[in-house]
Ligand binder design. Structure first.
Ligand code: SAH
Length: 451
């Protein structure tokens, strides 16, 4: 337990949840809503043995990077935790997050971390939004949960979601209020509409998640939504039924009210069909640059076989296919695999094949069947790659592994393993800002064998 409840501190770095970090005589304190560079009076509100949590009691010298957040829901919403930090400094912070992870966790002393590639624009970039629905009959709220509660607060002014998503939300809200459609009540497990989910790219989809299937006046809602002046036309309106007492947003059953259950997106020359449940990068502006860097680092020749592990709907596989002899994608979600196969057909790509299953299981099977990769791309979720997968990859002895990561800590852990166990080196890393105003950062890097 640390005794100095109030102390003066300089915020030197940022934690995953956007809190500022300071050290008081070696004791680490996470300070809510502080900005790196702030000099402040800090009160410790919770003290654990090795670290504590605190709040700013007085801002003595504000950081030169501190700005007035332009959103009235900051910090209550909890989404854009860096909204009080100027954008160019956010990019620097992300670069140092990647650098720190690679040196501290990975032990890579001489890695060069490039400047973070910015998102242009850095506002209104999210192509996927999901909003909880609450309030009461006739006074519906659609927006986000207030901190540490399940009370829904309206958010009509979000700076990172698209104007299209706002139009959809307000149409659903007006329709619910006009026809007295009941919002879902979590405590009583009663009412109907639980969430509004919206995705957009070249086309868009609106999904209304309801506890019950027989929601009245759906035809009117459909007409209202179809009459909206959206920048990406609706290719689907879906009623998703989730009758369960659960925090999971989507239920199993879909009823298509209009069109289909997917959107179309394009990156470079490739067009993708994305089922509304499948993974797709949320920032369409930087995704192309991210995949282009992946392609550049692969430096493919027409003799190369590429494994794209954790391939989702085949996004990277198809982006690489025409530069390689063949591409093999592996993905665990069945609907994403069928999207990937269809996407190959849609783009007339014949040298890409896709397998369903856990990469750590499918990859060794493929090797047993005689497949061998010259180059491997991995793009795992936040927890990184399973160690048996890294072993299987390394046993194929590919000349390059291109690692696309949404979590610098697991990237550093996995890269360290590949270096110490198998001699792969990492000299450069490229951060991309897929998630402006949050602390998340996407990184691409090349692991190669020095010959
Ligand atoms: N490369 C794709 C998807 C990356 S997201 C893109 O850029 O669009 C990570 C993907 O890994 C998700 O589609 C997820 O369903 C999948 N996944 C998660 N665990 C997996 C595993 N053990 N094996 C294979 N795929 C997995």
């Amino acid at each position: 337990m640390h005794d100095d409840r109030i102390f003066e501190g300089l915020i030197t770095s940022v934690s995953d949840d956007g809190s500022g970090i300071t050290h008081n005589d070696g004791y680490t304190v996470f300070v809510k809503n502080a900005c790196v560079g702030d000099k402040c009076l800090i009160e410790i509100t919770k003290a654990n043995k090795n670290y504590g949590f605190g709040v700013i009691k007085g801002l003595l010298t504000p950081s030169p990077h501190r700005i007035e957040p332009q959103c009235h829901s900051f910090p209550a919403c909890g989404g854009c935790t860096l909204l009080h930090t100027d954008y160019s400094f956010q990019l620097e912070l992300k670069r140092s997050i990647v650098r720190d992870a690679l040196t501290r966790i990975g032990g890579f002393e001489n890695v060069y971390v490039h400047e973070t590639v910015p998102s242009e624009p850095s506002f209104y970039y999210r192509n996927k939004s999901q909003y909880p629905v609450g309030g009461k009959v006739g006074d519906v709220k659609i927006g986000f949960y207030s901190a540490k509660s399940h009370n829904v607060i309206n958010n009509d002014n979000c700076l990172i979601e698209t104007p299209d998503s706002r139009l959809v939300v307000s149409a659903v809200k007006n329709w619910m209020n006009k026809y007295k459609i009941a919002p879902y009540d979590e405590n009583r497990h009663s009412g109907a509409v639980r969430h509004v989910y919206f995705r957009s790219a070249k086309t868009s989809i609106a999904v209304i998640v309801s506890r019950i299937a027989n929601v009245p006046h759906l035809e009117t809602l459909k007409a209202e939504l179809l009459s909206l002046p959206l920048s990406a036309p609706l290719s689907g309106i879906v009623l998703n039924v989730n009758p369960n007492k659960t925090n999971t947003v989507l239920g199993k059953k879909d009823k298509i009210l209009y069109g289909a259950n997917y959107i179309l997106a394009s990156i470079g020359e490739i067009t993708y069909k994305v089922s509304y449940r499948s993974f797709f990068q949320v920032n369409s502006f930087t995704t192309h640059l991210l995949y282009q860097k992946t392609l550049d680092l692969c430096a493919l020749s027409k003799n190369d076989t590429v494994f794209d592990l954790y391939c989702g709907i085949g996004t990277i596989s198809l982006f690489l296919a025409k530069h390689a002899k063949k591409v093999i994608g592996v993905e665990i979600i069945p609907s994403a695999v069928s999207d990937a196969k269809e996407n190959a057909k849609l783009n007339n790509i014949q040298n890409a094949s896709f397998y369903e299953g856990a990469a750590e299981e499918v990859c060794p099977d493929l090797i047993k069947k005689g497949e061998k990769a010259d180059i491997v791309v991995v793009d795992p979720p936040r927890k990184g790659c399973a160690e048996p997968l890294l072993e299987a990859i390394a046993k194929m002895n590919p000349k390059k592994i291109v690692y696309v990561s949404c979590n610098p800590a697991t990237l550093a852990r996995d890269a360290k393993y590949l270096r110490t166990a198998y001699g792969y080196t990492l000299t450069e890393a490229y951060p991309f800002d897929q998630f402006p105003h949050s602390t998340h950062v996407e990184t691409v890097c090349l692991l190669s064998k020095v010959i």
